[in-house]
Ligand binder design. Structure first.
Ligand SMILES: [Fe+2]
Length: 270
């Protein structure tokens, strides 16, 4: 296993590098602060979530350390992306995963690690925002990529459900991907979800579609432990609360519930 090479000292050094790197963005334009802090907190929470899932599936300490590093750097491209374009929408700026890998390479951040470990981390980061994971990849890399994608989703559910239910009701275009708050849902999004598929981002036309995209992530969860966590925290119910009460929404949630029941069968939950 390549993971043995990462010791606690290296993880701490990498965490220090992350803190230093963020300093310049935090002292930049004061108007950017809430968005920079949003992504910093997200990163810290994804580190926490990846450890939570990792422990539940029985990873060893050295694997948990590697998982932490993958989570720590997964969104490193977000800060530069925001500084350059003032948006987190990749299609209007850059692919933030690609940018993140570039930043890590240019700054030689992972150079103290063995090349095989370094490459694994970079590939897991590169895959984290893709529609699907590649078929041709090592099982070890896929394990960390799967963990990262689940941990990332768990924390985005926290961010969006907090946001939908915040008391002041203020809107933040940065979170909503600049989508309009118009009535109804798009037919393509409905079709995706009725077919038990994750929603294609190209199908999003309004804020309801965006909420449904987050519902559809259930079809892209890799570990039953993550699913149990989502249910325990009530994220799906919180999103449903802010969706229209329509026949189509009911149908979508019926299909979703059947899928969840199938996944959480007594056999799989063991
Ligand atoms: Fe990301």
């Amino acid at each position: 296993m390549v993971t043995k090479i990462i010791n606690e000292g290296i993880v701490e050094e990498l965490e220090n590098w992350f803190d230093n790197y963020l300093r310049e963005f935090k002292s930049g334009d004061p108007g950017w602060q809430p968005n920079i802090i949003l992504k910093e907190k997200h990163t810290r929470m994804v580190c926490k979530e990846i450890l939570g899932i990792g422990r539940k599936i029985g990873l060893k300490d050295e694997e948990l350390r590697l998982a932490r590093v993958v989570a720590l750097f997964h969104d490193i491209g977000r800060f530069e992306q925001f500084a350059r374009y003032q948006t987190f929408v990749d299609r209007n700026s850059v692919n933030h995963a690609v940018l993140g890998v570039k930043i890590l390479k240019e700054n030689k951040v992972l150079n103290r690690l063995d090349k095989s470990v370094r490459d694994l981390i970079l590939r897991a980061i590169l895959y984290h925002n893709r529609f699907a994971l590649p078929k041709k990849e090592s099982e070890e890399c896929l394990l960390f990529a799967r963990l990262l994608r689940d941990a990332d989703k768990l924390d985005i559910w926290r961010v969006v459900t907090d946001y939908y239910h915040q008391e002041d009701g203020k809107r933040n275009a940065v979170i909503e991907l600049d989508l309009p708050d118009t009535p109804g849902i798009s037919n393509d999004v409905y079709e995706d979800l009725m077919g038990k598929r994750i929603v294609d981002i190209a199908h999003l036309k309004n804020l309801n579609d965006f909420k449904l995209l987050q519902i559809g992530w259930i079809y892209d969860i890799n570990f039953v432990q993550t699913l149990q966590c989502v249910l325990k925290r009530g994220y799906l119910a919180m999103i449903r609360d802010v969706l229209p009460k329509s026949e189509k929404i009911t149908e979508i949630f019926n299909v979703l519930q059947a899928h969840i029941n199938e996944q959480i069968s007594p056999l799989k939950a063991q």
